[in-house]
Write a new protein. Structure first.
Length: 95
């Protein structure tokens, strides 16, 4: 796999994960709005039986965000390495 196809693969993964993160955020917001539209006793009962697992939803969002960050860091490193290689090639040509 050459560098540009590797970069394209990383960009594709980042795009897919960002879409996934956005859908997770929307699901969380919709669940939250739905939760607070209920009477307080029903909210309490749902929280007691963990009907809406807020912690799991939040952790899923965090894991997706961390995965996006890692892929972006890898993409940055590849881009910097590519620029460094091109600069050294130019320096050799100029000498």
């Amino acid at each position: 796999m050459d560098q540009s196809s590797g970069n394209q693969e990383l960009l594709s993964q980042v795009k897919d994960k960002m879409i996934d993160l956005y859908s997770q955020i929307l699901k969380y917001q919709i669940s939250l709005a739905s939760q607070y539209s209920r009477p307080s006793i029903k909210r309490l009962l749902r929280d007691i039986v963990l009907k809406d697992n807020w912690t799991a939803m939040y952790k899923d969002m965090q894991m997706t965000e961390e995965s996006i960050t890692l892929n972006l860091e890898r993409l940055d490193q590849k881009t910097i390495a590519s620029i460094d290689y091109q600069m050294s090639s130019l320096q050799k040509t100029v000498k």
